[in-house]
Design a protein around this ligand. Sequence first.
Ligand code: 26W
Length: 683
Amino acid sequence: DRWLMTQEQYKKDDPKTVYYMSMEFLMGRALGNNLINLTDYKEVQEALEEMGINLNVIEDQEPDAALGNGGLGRLAACFLDSLATLGYAAYGCGIRYHYGMFKQKIENGYQVETPDNWLKEGNPFEIRREEYAKEVRFGGNIRVEKDPKTGRDMFIQENFESVLAIPYDMPIVGYNNNLVNTLRIWDAKAITDFHLDSFDRGEYQKAVEQENLAKTIVEVLYPNDNHYAGKELRLKQQYFFISASLQEAVDKYLRDHDDIHKFYEKVTIQMNDTHPTVAVAELMRLLMDEHGLEWDEAWEVTTKTCAYTNHTIMAEALEKWPIGYLKKVVPQLVPIIEILDDKVRRRFSDESTAIIDRNDTVHMAHIDIHYGFSVNGVAALHTDILKQSELNHFYKIYPDKFNNKTNGITFRRWLLHCNPRLTALLDETIKDEYKEDASKLVKLLEYKDDETVLKRLLEIKKENKKDLAAYLKETQAIEIDADTIFDIQVKRLHEYKRQQLNALYIIDKYLEIKEGILPKTPITAIFGAKAAPAYVIAKDIIHLILCLQEIINNDPEVSPYLKVVMVENYNVTKAEKLIPACDISEQISLASKEASGTGNMKFMLNGAVTLGTEDGANVEIHELVGDDNIFVFGASSDEVIEHYKKADYSAKDYYKKNPKIKAAVDFITGKQMMKIGCKESLE
Ligand code: 26W
């Protein structure tokens, strides 16, 4: 009822609508979060209790909707919660992958990937909307023909394959406001019914091919985070959900408005990184070919509608498609992209801002920057780096397009739902306001010298740590002690995030303990991380951590003071258990590389101190919480960027000069590791 009411209200008020285009939505579970946002959680919990049913047990039946890799996908999910809570007319648009992020098993010291069949038992949190199905065309060739009426060139796609895009809607419940927005994810279905009795061989072949295309397109999420692989199927996925979403955005606009020239007054297309960038060319195509606009008119509408968020400066993550791929997969966009390139080249001679470079490669970010109205980074430092170095040439041309939107997290999932104990204390002290307005959390400062509140905070942390210990015992048969310091690093495994630096620290501690230098308080070092299946070094680092777990936890001299735990299959649901139980939050990326980070915020919100570098949003967190709550170390981003420029950083020099570093590194290829069969891949 609320869902229908919200949509009717939007129709009446006619507000501007944002379409958040994202290849990834890392939603996690819906049940608990929806109950929280409906403010019915406690009531339902109590009612079930009276019936002898534990709500947590029911929640545990739900698989995570893991339609994302890491930071970018989870940010999209948090934004949907925020948009609904703040009352914005917003749609999330994405893909209904049949298999989400792979499940990680740990076997004999290695990560093993298994498929995530999340739809196996059906999904109660979705509605199939056959009536909004859209046709999406791939491949074939383009014939140019003059329109007899206007004399304009028309690009006609021939010999293409089609699939039918079928939307599934998921409700996005706003917090305590009776509003329900929509996440629309597209599934694919073959357009021609598959007639086994077909006698026409060509038709038969085509029917089989289209059936296969529909099946493969939405089959699986690419498990790469921050690494561009350039696969044809990935490009098909991108065009598939973008074409379907844009067709629907235009159709919906025209149901309530008559002048397509003013589309941008009512619609914004926000692109989550460059993965949805074909939207720029596709919107141009729809406006011209389907809705009769002239090039200049379509250009004006498109450039006022599209906006781009950059999430990474990692060179290997930047999407660059060879034009040959585009010709094969989306030939209908190629003439448009060529004109977009031509217009840029006429205005700017600088090769570095071209759309199609000399090697016939299309730079997706360049399309977004030239033809969108906004380019944003995701933390103050990151936006500065974009302006001053990575995108400096563009910043000089379009200073006004660049802006910063520091990332955020939803407090509903990352506090109210995952930490009911802390929420109860906040309810007693600072009341409810912070749940809708985070800035109201400062009220807690009034209690900074209140012994009973401080004591309660410690008790809450202890109880949360006991819960986590019990959970790890149950799920992985690992025993940890809630009286030790829980030092946690959970995030995708990547060299720039430096789990290996944390591992070296652990080896150093181990060697110290062996020498009789004991830590004041025993330490439990906890990791959770998935490595992209083809990322060899990342897998080696997981192997290293698992070897350390084996050696250290089984060493009776050391394990009373130090333990290592690799949490299997780190995902949103596990994050909800780990984050409230953390003492030290590890945010130790090589400065300049982590665009923002969002785990850093979740841990801080739940009362962990941070150990971190001056990178991403850590910088802004530092300004807000001060030196008592975040401990920063290491090179600044300026220093790191300078080292890259001069190519004057030598890790080997540190290894040679610093005996502690040497001992820790040597340990990795040393005897003990060999004994448990860990040497081979680590050497
Ligand atoms: C094409 C392969 C690929 C896949 C994913 C390239 C790039 C990505 C993402 C942009 C990587 C990503 O998730 N970036 C993270 O985005 C978060 C949300 O803004 C930031 O908090 C993280 O710092 C950033 O690494």
